[in-house]
Design a protein. Structure first.
Length: 187
């Protein structure tokens, strides 16, 4: 996709996902801003742009399967799978539960998971990488060949180092500083 599409996604993130105020993140870190990608991922244009941009990275790396931790990664995975369908790219998607269901098949990995495939673990926004690393451990234990990690947004708070330290090639679409500077320019 074009640089214009990426810029449009940044504008949607600023409008729909970015809030400047003190919050405690899932990592336990305190931040002076919050970025919630889910509203963007559940808007038609945001979902389309994110799926197409993320699929570009995935296709370039020869990834056969994507997965991530529930709940944040699910809309991203769904957007990418829809983009893969539009482009006729064979790609499987699944997600990792925090814990196995107590009923049914009692699985931690749900979806179209298949062991042995070249897999990427992903998230909407990476801070420390904790959720992504948790999903990585479950996927590798289940037999996935996890080689890459992708994120829609990188917050620049240690996640990049944690993911590459776990042996993954890590890439992201947008640096959180781009969102912050775009938001501040609009004030």
């Amino acid at each position: 996709m074009s640089a214009e599409s990426r810029d449009e996604l940044i504008e949607i993130l600023v409008r729909e996902a970015y809030v400047e105020r003190q919050v405690t993140l899932s990592s336990g870190k305190v931040s002076d801003y919050y970025l919630d990608c889910r509203p963007v991922m559940l808007l038609p244009r945001g979902s389309y742009l994110a799926g197409e941009l993320m699929l570009d990275l995935i296709v370039a790396e020869g990834i056969e399967q994507i997965a991530g931790m529930a709940v944040a990664a699910i809309p991203v995975i769904s957007s990418i799978i829809a983009a893969a369908h539009r482009r006729n790219v064979p790609l499987r998607g699944s997600f990792v539960r925090k814990e196995a269901k107590s009923h049914g098949m009692q699985k931690r990995i749900e979806g179209a998971f298949k062991p042995g495939l070249k897999t990427a673990v992903l998230d909407d926004a990476v801070t420390t990488g904790g959720s992504t690393l948790e999903a990585l451990a479950v996927l590798r234990e289940a037999g996935a060949n996890v080689t890459h990690s992708f994120a829609l947004v990188d917050r620049n708070e240690g996640g990049r180092e944690a993911l590459t330290g776990a042996g993954l090639k890590y890439q992201f679409i947008i640096d959180a500083n781009e969102i912050r500077s775009t938001a501040r320019a609009k004030k």
